[in-house]
Design a protein. Structure first.
Length: 164
């Protein structure tokens, strides 16, 4: 893994998130808030979990270990979530643009939100966040598709082809 690889993966992450969020902008507030049987609940819970992970991991990479997660109740409607996501995306991409190969191969020591100490090579943690987002975007895509607002294909290869 090198700087170009990780930056490409995070540009894909940004692109895929945008497809989900653009589709989610079409749902009613009732649909946004509705519960569902997915691991993090309905659309609001699933998106909140995804956003919270991006924020927590970025802060860890910057040397802070948050002890709390964003809560779904922080977002009474989709627009409040989208505003928070937009601000977080800028911070995350600013971090990604500054990453170096040397930093990617450094070992990061951090604590989980429960306070348990952990350590891992930074590039592996960054790859984890991309994979984590893929899982939960897939859940959000399924919810959106059931509501009649499919985000379309969110595969990496589709992104790569669009980038050419």
């Amino acid at each position: 893994m090198n700087t170009q690889d990780i930056q490409l993966l995070f540009k894909y992450n940004q692109w895929a998130n945008a497809r989900i969020l653009n589709a989610a902008a079409n749902v009613t507030n009732e649909q946004f808030l509705a519960p569902a049987s997915y691991p993090h609940g309905g659309l609001r819970g699933t998106l909140t979990h995804t956003l919270s992970a991006e924020l927590i991991w970025r802060k860890r990479w910057e040397g802070n270990s948050p002890t709390t997660r964003i809560k779904a109740d922080d977002f009474p409607d989709f627009e409040s979530m989208r505003a928070k996501w937009s601000a977080e995306e800028k911070l995350l991409m600013d971090f990604i643009e500054q990453i170096t190969d040397e930093k990617l191969y450094s070992v990061l020591e951090y604590k989980t939100t429960d306070g348990a100490p952990q350590s891992e090579m930074l590039w592996k943690l960054m790859a984890h966040l991309i994979n984590h987002g893929t899982q939960h975007r897939s859940e959000a895509a399924a919810l959106l598709t059931d509501l009649g607002f499919s985000p379309g294909d969110i595969d990496l290869i589709v992104f790569l082809r669009e980038e050419q």
